[in-house]
Design a protein around this ligand. Structure first.
Ligand SMILES: [Fe+2]
Length: 566
């Protein structure tokens, strides 16, 4: 396909972890090579590493001026590959590395669920306008008024790629190499197909430019691997009984490490990663091939979730801490001890759920606080499937769980209650100085909303900390019409203890909450700015207004949440 990047650069550059004076730039090259980045007066190089016949480099640029957007260029073996010279990118401003300025109020974008489909009229009629592309065109100043100040970074909260529900172009690629009539049919089979899927997702010119100039953090959700990934023990047994699942999960997690995960980390955190250390310590002119080690890491991470941590966190001075939690791969599924997070992952989160920062930001692909109706339904579904109402009920519960996607935090009551209790403890000042806000940022559910929480009155505790669930989904993959009515209904009322209703078979929640705004169903991307007196959120999406090539960015919702005096 001619609209995929050609030449020495197969994909990227992607601007990943950026702080006040350093940046990480990721690329996939066509051949083994040395990659050089020049930014201002600084130069950094990295040798590619290889996996499954593909070549990647992660270049760590240091010594950048803080709070400054520094233009940069990328060279592959001394040939300039970025700016690319691609006529489709000619209108976009030069890519920069926008370093953070310590103390400046953070502004971050977030969202989830984006199919990579064409942008023609017919496809837009089905999937709507790609909100990320509309945002990119706006950021680039190509559409509409003067762009707002850019976010400092974006957090992609899952379903960055769809490995199960594939696009026509992905299907074409699959058909060019194997029979789609054989399992896993037109779902992804192996690493090669994942490499192609990422290329399709991130090559569209506007998004490619955005990813080259807006630092990003990412965490997977189910579709990066498969719908309902790790919903239950039964789900896992069913998958493991097939002859294609093993290759799929190894390819899914291995490619995730390369394409998404490794760029999430700071240089210090990356240095703790054993596989990364092997790459970084590799001297000499040849390329290190990590295929076997990568497959091993992925296989082990799937079989023994405690062997690898996909969650990550970072501090922004005293202003904020961002914790991004893996709510898929670290699940405990044994029917008698289910939890969203295994003990080690929970301990890792517990260590980071502390005060002494002004704002605690928690990214989890699955909303911690769902619409009250859905929360109660999922809690009921779990209790039913666990046999609280006998064996027949248990079977029914499992069917409900798998077919109605009852697999969010509420469907893992053990873990939910633990995390909710951490929130109460942090907000009550029992874990360092209470922050002014605790915000859960999530996606997955194909609707967006804001909920506000307070402690269960039975706990006889109160706090000033603002506790918010802010959900942004989809970026591009709208919900079928019939489901919208269901979610609207579920959003009513407040989440209260379900104990009496369910005969004490669901634990009491330490938090209560109510929807403050929403749900709405637009394709959109959210932005949060940590202002002095409020959390200022807004959601925006694209409007075609006759010009499909240049959709305008329009606000879908604006929500201000007042903060206690700080
Ligand atoms: Fe999802």
């Amino acid at each position: 396909m001619s609209d995929l990047p050609e030449g020495a650069l197969r994909l990227g550059p992607l601007l990943r972890y950026v702080d006040h004076n350093s940046a990480t730039i990721w690329v996939e090259t066509a051949e083994t090579a040395t990659v050089r980045v020049e930014a201002g007066g600084t130069t950094a190089t990295a040798r590619t590493f290889g996996a499954h016949g593909h070549h990647y480099a992660l270049v760590e640029v240091t010594g950048l001026p803080s709070g400054t957007p520094t233009p940069y260029r990328v060279f592959v073996d001394d040939e300039v590959v970025w700016p690319s010279g691609d006529p489709d990118l000619a209108d976009f401003p030069p890519s920069v590395i926008p370093t953070l300025q310590p103390g400046k109020p953070l502004r971050l974008a977030f969202g989830s669920c984006r199919v990579s489909m064409p942008h023609d009229e017919e496809t837009n009629a089905r999937y709507g306008i790609d909100a990320l592309r509309a945002y990119a065109l706006h950021m680039a100043g190509l559409v509409g008024d003067q762009p707002d100040r850019w976010p400092d970074f974006v957090v992609f909260l899952g379903d960055q790629v769809y490995a199960d529900d594939t696009s026509p172009r992905m299907k074409e690629y699959i058909a060019s190499r194997r029979a789609p009539s054989e399992p896993p049919w037109d779902e992804l089979k192996d690493y090669q197909e994942y490499a192609h899927l990422y290329r399709l997702a991130w090559s569209d010119p506007a998004n490619r430019w955005l990813l080259s100039t807006l630092p990003s953090a990412m965490i997977f959700d189910d579709h990066d691997v498969r719908d309902d990934w790790n919903t239950s023990w039964t789900w896992r047994q069913e998958m493991e009984a097939t002859d294609w699942w093993h290759e799929r999960i190894v390819a899914g997690l291995g490619s995730y490490w390369v394409y998404q995960h490794i760029g999430n980390l700071s240089a210090d955190d990356r240095a703790e990663d054993e596989l990364w250390r092997r790459i970084a310590d590799h001297g000499g002119d040849d390329e290190l091939d990590v295929t076997d080690a990568l497959d091993e890491l992925a296989d082990r991470a799937d079989q023994e979730p405690t062997s690898y941590r996909w969650s990550f966190s970072r501090d922004f001075g005293e202003q904020a801490r961002l914790i991004v939690v893996d709510s898929r791969a670290a699940r405990v599924l044994e029917p008698d001890r289910r939890s969203m997070l295994d003990d080690e992952e929970m301990a890792w989160l517990d260590e980071r759920m502390r005060g002494d920062v002004d704002h605690l930001l928690v990214g989890t692909s699955l909303p911690l606080l769902m619409a009250p109706g859905l929360h109660h339904l999922e809690a009921f579904g779990e209790a039913l499937a666990q046999g609280a109402w006998g064996r027949l009920g248990s079977k029914l519960g499992e069917v409900m769980r798998q077919h109605a996607d009852l697999e969010h935090w509420a469907a893992f009551q053990g873990g939910f209650v633990q995390v909710a209790q951490m929130v109460v403890d942090v907000a009550s000042g029992r874990r360092g100085r209470a922050p002014r806000s605790i915000t859960f940022m999530s996606g997955d559910v194909h609707h967006s909303y804001v909920a506000k929480a307070w402690p269960d009155p039975a706990l006889a505790t109160s706090f000033e900390t603002v506790v918010v669930q802010a959900t942004c989904s989809p970026i591009r993959n709208p919900l079928p019409q019939v489901m919208k009515a269901v979610f609207k209904l579920a959003a009513k009322g407040q989440a209260r203890p379900t104990g009496r209703l369910l005969g004490g078979k669901v634990p009491r929640s330490p938090l209560r909450w109510r929807m403050q705004r929403g749900p709405w169903y637009d394709n959109n991307l959210a932005v949060l700015e940590l202002q002095q007196d409020r959390l200022h959120f807004w959601w925006s999406g694209g409007q075609a207004q006759g010009d499909l090539d240049r959709p305008r960015l329009e606000r879908v919702a604006t929500v201000d949440v007042s903060l206690p005096p700080g």
